[in-house]
Write a protein that binds this ligand. Structure first.
Ligand SMILES: C[S@@+](CC[C@H](N)C(=O)[O-])C[C@H]1O[C@@H](n2cnc3c(N)ncnc32)[C@H](O)[C@@H]1O
Length: 349
């Protein structure tokens, strides 16, 4: 039975239509997305929810959209009080304060998908790390992978460090507190990573070019953005292609995956793109040119030899003839001694 069905008879039927069928649960905190008019029936709502989820410590109601650089939203507490909790996702624990950090429990599957794509011993750059769900999912799946996780929110950074230790992956995860823009500008991050993950759908494109520069000769970008369905995600692909071009990389392959609905006919999508440095392509061209040059030189040599051969042969033959003609004939030594032969006896007949 969903929440709407459970509240039939407790809330007027005209108000029930505004009530969502489900809600998010982060650890032992429930987060409802209900209109402010329904707050009048909050006691009934709390009672009904606790009947099915007795372990909940806090029930919050969203009172605004996510905003600001930390992507936070405001809540109204309708039950309990604490906003700090530990959420369990695919076996790992995420400790956080939902009032001071961003976290969405709906993206667990997506995090698993990206984590599964990471290969052994890769160096991963995770921008916009939050409390570290991507970092921990990857580190748990691939124990030899090293992850650099960047987060601007000091609260988020605190929980990221805590979670790395809580899940015993603190040797694999290097958290950095700061603006991704500044981190990407540092020379030491250029051309270093096999993979860069960018889970900031609204403003991620502003960091895309620099993020691509942080990749090695060949690398992967997981770029999250918001797109209208009607455009068949062509805009997102163009953004990625332009950023690659500016960064001096070539877009080798790209697939678009719908992650979650973001609004009416809008989707949060993930572009999984394989990119390759253009410099190497130029090198290849140079190599090709060099090869071509060598071939041309060889051909020239061959033709030169071929041209010389027929000239040489007749010349040599003629020369030989001439030489044989002019060569003085050697006088044969003729002995002056006359050897008298013994007369042979004739046979008598
Ligand atoms: C959409 S949340 C994603 C958080 C996390 N990856 C997750 O899936 O739960 C974006 C995060 O990026 C952080 N952020 C926003 N702008 C940033 C910037 N310029 N540099 C580093 N982090 C930033 C926010 O504080 C927020 O925690």
């Amino acid at each position: 039975m969903n929440l709407r069905e459970a509240l039939i008879g407790k809330i007027p039927p005209n108000q029930l239509a505004n009530l969502p069928k489900s809600f998010d649960i982060i650890g032992d905190i429930a987060i409802l997305d209900i209109p402010s008019e329904l707050l009048r029936w909050s006691k009934w709502i709390v009672k009904t929810i606790l009947e099915t989820h007795p372990r909940l410590q806090t029930i919050l109601v969203k009172t605004g959209e996510r905003s600001g650089p930390h992507r936070l939203r405001t809540f109204e507490v309708i039950y309990g009080g604490t906003t700090e909790t530990t959420h369990i996702e695919y076996g790992y624990r995420l400790f956080m304060d939902v009032a001071t950090v961003y976290f969405s429990p709906r993206e667990g599957e997506e995090r698993q998908r990206v984590a599964s794509a990471v290969k052994k011993k890769e160096q991963v750059l995770l921008l916009f790390a939050g409390v570290g769900p991507y970092a921990i999912a990857i580190a748990k799946k691939q124990p030899k992978v090293k992850i650099v996780a960047v987060e601007i929110n000091p609260h988020g950074f605190y929980y990221l460090c805590q979670n790395a230790m809580l899940n015993k992956v603190d040797k694999q995860v290097t958290p950095i507190l700061g603006d991704a823009k500044h981190v990407l500008a540092e020379q030491k991050h250029h051309g270093k990573y096999h993979r860069v993950i960018m889970p900031l759908p609204k403003e991620g494109h502003l960091f895309l070019e620099d993020a691509i520069r942080s990749l090695r000769h060949r690398g992967w970008v997981h770029f999250y953005t918001v797109e209208r369905e009607s455009t068949s995600f062509a805009g997102a692909k163009r953004t990625l292609k332009d950023a690659c071009k500016k960064a001096g990389y070539k877009l080798v392959a790209v697939t678009v995956r719908k992650v979650l609905p973001y609004g009416p006919r809008q989707w949060k999508v993930c572009l999984d793109a394989q990119v390759e440095k253009k410099v190497h392509k130029r090198k290849k061209v140079v190599r090709k040119k060099a090869v071509k040059k060598a071939i041309r030189r060889k051909r020239v040599r061959k033709t030169w030899v071929a041209r010389r051969k027929p000239h040489r042969k007749p010349v040599q033959k003629k020369m030989r003839k001439r030489l044989t003609k002019r060569r003085p004939v050697r006088k044969r030594y003729v002995s002056k001694r006359v050897v008298k032969r013994k007369p042979t006896k004739r046979r008598k007949r």
